[in-house]
Design a protein around this ligand. Structure first.
Ligand code: NDP
Length: 293
């Protein structure tokens, strides 16, 4: 195996440490405690795990954490009323509605009812537009975490060929916008892309956000390329039980790549760290203070 393993767990711990320092300064110098509200509708087990771990880390960095757990049959009107209350609450600087929502709730309507300044997930249509036009916005946490790891590893990304596999609104599209913002030449691939292997072979940077276990084999990777694996897939182990794997075949890709993120321990921990960083940014902006770099 030749690739450098990009340790997202260690990097995320560093980012959380920086967030904690900013939170302490906000408290000591300005008497402000950043607050993050997480809204969970229903009992999806994976969502419950994410929400628990977000709440725990929010408290660990010294911020105020508020959790609203609503029944799966909560009406749209009740959910919108709660979001309005959080929008109006000066002690809450970030609002996150855990997705997916139950089918009877209109996800776009709900997300777009969040005050864009508190939209720490960066999914509100205003933030999508600001990101697309290169203006200050709330940047979606998963792609932001990927970008931070790429910048940390490469320094400048200018002129690099990047291929993003996946075009979802929460990962693929914002990832492509961020890479474009850093002057990469960006290709977005998806399920209709012709000859995906050839497209990926051109890339200096491959970001896989597909949701298909181990789909990208090592012989698609240009020698020395950097591979960022966003996928989180649970598969059965031959000996029984399950394990988490990404969207790339780690062993064969690591043998050719210059650098690669593992699953688990790569993109996942960075996502929560970026959520906390976004909450501090939102808090600073709300109080007319300079946001951390
Ligand atoms: P979506 O299902 O919303 O999007 C998947 C994308 O992959 C679609 O654009 C789809 O194309 C494309 N795709 C599907 N099959 C193929 C194929 N055979 N060849 C090329 N492209 C294909 O997923 P998400 O973006 O929400 O998530 C992607 C992965 O990232 C998942 O494993 C998810 O669990 C993980 N994830 C991890 C996070 C983290 O914190 N680490 C956070 C968020 C997601 P088309 O549009 O044509 O259908």
């Amino acid at each position: 195996m030749s690739a450098t393993v990009i340790d997202g767990k260690a990097f995320a711990a560093k980012v959380r440490g920086q967030v904690a320092t900013h939170v302490t300064a906000l408290k000591n110098d300005h008497g402000i405690t950043p607050g993050l509200a997480v809204v969970l509708v229903g009992e999806d087990p994976a969502s419950q795990v994410y929400v628990r771990s977000k709440g725990k880390m929010t408290v660990e960095v010294g911020m105020k954490s508020v959790e609203h757990k609503l029944d799966a049959d909560t009406s749209e009107a009740d959910l919108l009323a709660l979001i309005q209350k959080l929008n109006d609450d000066a002690q809450i600087h970030g609002i996150l509605v855990q997705l997916p929502l139950p089918d009877h709730l209109d996800e776009d309507l709900v997300i777009n009812s969040i005050d864009p300044a508190k939209d720490v997930d960066g999914f509100h249509i205003s933030n999508v537009g600001l990101l697309g036009t290169g203006q200050d916005s709330m940047v979606p946490c998963t792609p932001l975490g990927c970008l931070m790891m790429l910048r940390d590893h490469h320094g400048s990304l200018s002129g690099m060929d990047a291929v993003v596999i996946g075009r979802s609104n929460i990962v693929g599209k914002p990832m492509a916008q961020l890479l474009l913002g850093d002057s990469c030449t960006v290709t977005i691939a998806h399920s209709r892309t012709k000859d995906l292997a050839e497209v990926v072979r051109r890339a200096d940077i491959v970001v896989a956000a597909v949701g298909r276990p181990q789909m990208v084999p090592g012989d698609w990777i240009k020698p020395g390329a950097t591979v960022i694996d966003v996928g989180i897939n649970r598969i059965d182990k031959p000996e029984g039980g399950t394990r988490l794997v990404g969207d790339v075949d780690y062993e064969s890709c690591a043998a050719v790549a210059g650098a690669i993120t593992p699953v688990p321990g790569g993109v996942g921990p960075m996502t929560i760290a970026c959520l906390l960083a976004n909450t501090v940014t939102a808090c600073c902006r709300a109080n007319g203070l300079p946001a951390p770099e």
